[in-house]
Design a protein around this ligand. Structure first.
Ligand SMILES: [Zn+2]
Ligand SMILES: [Zn+2]
Ligand SMILES: [Zn+2]
Length: 126
């Protein structure tokens, strides 16, 4: 019996298709070769997304430890949190902004507005 595979667009002997009991002809809709390719591609996609997730976690951990380093400096009295933004000078609650998370205490104090602006700039540069 011959069955058409819609992926490689080839007519193949049905023995070259895997079995699938849910299908009417008890065979997979695509041939064994295409099924293998499909699985392989899916695995690659999965690996890529796993790797991306791991990178996000690393970024998060780095930001977190950089933030903690600043808090430690403040508590130890080696650093003071100013009451105004170093960029626009507005008297607002300021947040520590890191240019480089590898240098956890090399920071500038920015208000939320300037901070957000600074981050969108960084994203463009990346
Ligand atoms: Zn095929
Ligand atoms: Zn500001
Ligand atoms: Zn920042």
């Amino acid at each position: 019996m011959i069955k058409h595979c819609p992926v490689c667009k080839t007519d193949k002997n049905i023995s070259l298709f895997g079995s699938d009991k849910r299908k009417r002809d008890k065979h997979d809709a695509i041939c064994l070769e295409c099924r293998r390719d499909y699985k392989k591609r899916n695995r690659e996609k999965l690996l890529i997304s796993q790797r991306a997730r791991r990178k996000d976690n690393d970024d998060y951990r780095m930001k977190h430890s950089a933030h903690n380093a600043v808090l430690t400096e403040i508590r130890a009295g080696r650093m003071t949190k100013p009451d105004k933004c170093s960029q626009c000078g507005a008297k607002r609650t300021v947040e520590a902004h890191h240019h480089d998370y590898d240098k956890p205490i090399d920071i500038v104090w920015l208000c939320a507005q300037c901070h957000a602006k600074e981050h969108s700039k960084m994203e463009i540069l990346q």
